[in-house]
Design a protein around this ligand. Structure first.
Ligand code: PHE
Length: 497
């Protein structure tokens, strides 16, 4: 049996007792408010326990004359009363009526029915009828407020009273109203028989818990599958939720989060990463430059070493790029094009022998916005530093990360970056699109990157776009949809997909 609310039980039990009834009748018989009855009936109907039939019925209500007659009696009844009080003449009697017409109508009716006869100008009582159908109808109306014509017409005598009163102005008003009749279905009857009237605890309160009453009484079962109205509470944006998840994963893998500014001198975005000053990535069609230049962006020794490394390799064992490095170029400001500017800066600041850090943040690229490119997007970046770290560790690390995100099929392909050797690209298989998707660049930082900052141990580094992962997670084909702020999508995105 499905769990029933207390209101439902009461309504079921009432219906079992009284049979077909309308909402008002049900409310009276069950001692529940109309609102409670309506709610209970709706639930019971959804469970197939009651049937609700709507039909139209004609009802009567008392008019002003009808109300008066109810208080004072019908004019013909009043006439008989006056006769019994001893009044005789037509004049005497007429004076007792406020309205002459009413008097003559009453007299005419009494005469026609043989209750009185007129002798000269006197009226004599012949017979006093007992309760009239008209009077009965008035009484019933007074009690019930409205009467159902269909019901009344079943009783021909009573209905003759109705017809009689309908002919008199202002006694009755007649109205067509829709009524709903509620009955138990077969299932409802069977259920009701099983429902115990034993009182149940409907709402658990501190008093019930403290007093221990809950031990003696049953607690109402709750239908946890009952439909409920959707609630659109404030919530985090799906991209932010995903960022939180990424953080959670790296932190659980022993990484610490670092942060850095969105605006960087070229020195940290390019030069420290052994990216030559004429590299195409530095062109204005790829990178957003900011007015002004950086000062105090690094210590003089580090700048000297980076300059020497670009020129001839300095003490790194490399030949360098073989050009004259210009500091003006390194001072220029850019909106960071990758978060590798943050991890390399960390290396320079801390010169760690061992470290595990990551960062998630926005980067900017001067590209055309398309279904797969935004000008402003997020990268997930990290480094691991340690004495015996190898490329295998890097692959293991990234595989673990992807697995934690639910991506099982990962491959690594060789590629090129100016700052890593060897360099790799990770790709994952995306079922929905049926293809391998590039996720992240990675490699071991070259000595040209690490030695100028005094870092001797191998540094595993990786960085890649975040939005692609969010798109895969939520089956989105166009990256612009992530930031279109479509409420229908934002509301519907599951928090735990
Ligand atoms: N910075 C590279 C990019 O933006 C990714 C990368 C990071 C590659 C670290 C190697 C090492 O694509």
């Amino acid at each position: 049996m499905q769990p029933l609310h207390l209101l439902e039980k009461k309504v079921l039990k009432t219906l079992e007792k009284i049979g077909e009834v309308d909402i008002e009748g049900l409310s009276r018989a069950s001692n529940l408010t109309l609102d409670q009855v309506r709610r209970a009936v709706e639930w019971l109907q959804a469970k197939g326990l009651v049937k609700v039939n709507t039909r139209e019925k004609t009802t009567f209500a008392l008019g002003s004359k009808g109300l008066e007659a109810l208080k004072e009696g019908l004019p013909e009844r009043r006439l008989l009363r006056f006769l019994k009080e001893g009044l005789r003449t037509l004049n005497q009697l007429k004076n007792r009526f406020s309205d002459e017409q009413e008097f003559s109508a009453a007299l005419g009716r009494a005469k026609r029915r043989g209750w009185v006869k007129i002798v000269d100008d006197c009226v004599e009582l012949v017979y006093e009828p007992s309760r009239l159908p008209e009077e009965e109808v008035l009484e019933r109306l007074a009690q019930a407020n409205t009467l159902d014509e269909e019901e009344l017409s079943k009783d021909t005598i009573l209905y003759s009273g109705v017809r009689e009163l309908l002919n008199r102005p202002d006694y009755f008003s007649r109205r067509a109203v829709k009524t709903t009749q509620i009955t138990l279905t077969e299932l409802g009857r069977a259920t009701s028989e099983k429902v115990s009237e034993e009182e149940e605890i409907d709402t658990l309160t501190p008093e019930i818990i403290i007093s221990g009453i809950w031990r003696q009484k049953r607690i109402r079962a709750i239908d946890v599958e009952a439909p409920a109205p959707p609630i659109y509470a404030g919530r985090k944006h799906p991209v932010q939720l995903f960022i939180d998840e990424v953080r959670e994963i790296f932190i659980s893998m022993g990484f610490e989060e670092i942060e850095g500014p969105l605006i960087q001198p070229c020195f940290w975005n390019f030069d420290a990463l052994f990216t030559p000053q004429d590299h195409p990535a530095r062109e204005i069609q790829d990178t957003f430059y900011i007015k002004g230049e950086a000062s105090n962006y690094a210590d003089a020794e580090s700048i000297k070493r980076v300059a020497a490394t670009h020129r001839n390799g300095w003490k790194t064992g490399s030949k360098g790029w073989g050009y004259e490095w210009r500091e003006e170029e390194a001072r220029r400001l850019v909106l960071r094009t990758h978060t590798t500017s943050i991890t390399v800066r960390y290396l320079a600041d801390y010169r760690p022998k061992e470290a595990r850090v990551f960062t998630v943040g926005r980067v900017f690229r001067n590209e055309k916005v398309t279904f797969k490119n935004l000008v402003e997007f997020h990268q997930i970046e990290g480094i691991a530093v340690g004495p015996r770290l190898t490329l295998r560790d890097l692959m293991g690390l990234l595989s673990t990360f992807y697995k934690r995100l639910g991506l099982e099929r990962v491959k690594f392909w060789p590629t090129y970056f100016p700052y890593t050797e060897p360099s790799m690209q990770s790709v994952v298989y995306y079922d929905r699109a049926g293809k391998w998707i590039e996720l992240c660049g990675m490699g071991i930082f070259r000595p040209e990157v690490t030695l100028p900052f005094g870092v001797k141990n191998p540094v595993l580094a990786w960085g890649g776009g975040l939005e692609r992962l969010v798109m895969m997670r939520h089956n989105i084909d166009d990256v612009r949809e992530l930031y279109a702020n479509k409420l229908s999508w934002l509301r519907g995105v599951p928090i735990c997909p």
